[in-house]
Design a protein around this ligand. Structure first.
Ligand code: ATP
Ligand code: ATP
Ligand code: MG
Ligand code: MG
Ligand code: MG
Ligand code: MG
Length: 256
């Protein structure tokens, strides 16, 4: 295309390429989802359908962007890990973040009806996004562990809070009962007062959601008694501990 006298304005654009050879984490978080959850009647403390919808959005992100090797989601947020050596969009932060955020948001709206049949979306949801570089595998794992610990702490608090509220406490009373208490007290409260064994709650609530790719060998047909196999890469969702080594040892290709 011919140059014009206006072309110089391009030089005002600033480079935002992220540090090479570092893990890039792109985290998205629903904007004002306290209200969004209320308006759309999410169950408290955990609406399972809303979590499945988030997981569907994350699956779409992993399927569309091959350089994203892992996702971890809790509540209205999702963290996506871009491979260390990725050069996608020259590692430009604004490109990476805006594409993940818009793909995630668009999928949320597109798939809403599958998870909330009969509930009309009242207004368009939006998500914020940021990108952060983590320079080593250890620090990346610490980041993910931080999010999973947060999931646990919040879930324990919210389960106590909403059990109290659903049993007739006012929000202020419920807050007063649990304010500043330790994990053991909360577990005891759930057990003695509500008959809830915290560890029996669904893993999706306690552990959040891990999304990653797994190679599966499928038998596509049998020829003369010989099975013909094909390797297929599938995006899978699980709800397990990611803090200990075992998950990473069982799935070495994620950070490999
Ligand atoms: P911000 O715009 O600053 O992110 P926010 O209202 O979204 O504000 P968050 O700290 O992100 O605040 O908290 C998410 C809110 O959405 C919480 O109030 C949480 O209870 C609610 N929420 C998200 N997912 C679910 C769910 N699956 N079930 C019930 N509530 C949910
Ligand atoms: P990139 O991901 O780099 O942006 P792109 O394919 O989106 O790649 P653009 O330079 O953004 O490339 O160009 C937009 C493309 O979309 C062009 O091919 C343009 O013809 C097409 N397009 C956009 N809007 C319309 C429209 N209203 N009618 C017809 N074609 C359109
Ligand atoms: Mg916030
Ligand atoms: Mg939010
Ligand atoms: Mg949040
Ligand atoms: Mg374009």
């Amino acid at each position: 295309m011919a140059n014009s006298k206006y072309e110089y304005v391009k030089s005002f654009e600033q480079s935002d390429a992220l540090l090479p050879h570092t893990w890039i984490v792109i985290r998205v978080d629903g904007r004002g989802f306290t209200r969004f959850a209320q308006v759309h009647g999410f169950q408290k403390p955990n609406d399972e359908q809303a979590l499945h919808l988030m997981n569907e959005c994350a699956t779409a992100v992993l399927e569309d962007i091959p350089d994203i090797c892992f996702g971890y989601g809790v509540s209205d947020e999702y963290s996506f890990v871009l491979r260390k050596n990725s050069t996608l969009f020259q590692r430009r932060a604004s490109k990476l973040v805006s594409i993940v955020v818009s793909l995630f948001s668009a999928t949320y709206v597109m798939k809403w009806g599958r998870y909330f049949p009969g509930t009309e979306m009242q207004y368009a949801p939006s998500f914020d996004g940021r990108a952060v570089c983590y320079p080593s595998d250890t620090i990346l794992r610490d980041y993910l562990s931080w999010r999973q610990v947060d999931c646990h702490v919040n879930n324990q608090y919210n389960t106590c809070y909403w059990s109290l509220v659903h049993s007739g406490c006012s929000p202020a009373e419920a807050q007063n009962v649990i304010k500043g208490t330790l994990a053991d007290f909360k577990n005891e409260l759930l057990h003695t007062r509500f008959g809830i064994n915290y560890n029996d709650l669904p893993a999706i609530f306690r552990k959040g959601s891990l999304v990653f790719k797994r190679k599966d060998e499928n038998i596509v047909k049998v020829e003369n008694g010989v099975p013909i196999k094909r390797q297929k890469t599938m995006v899978v969702v699980s709800h397990e501990d990611l803090i200990k080594d075992s998950f990473w040892k069982e799935n070495p290709s994620i950070l490999g």
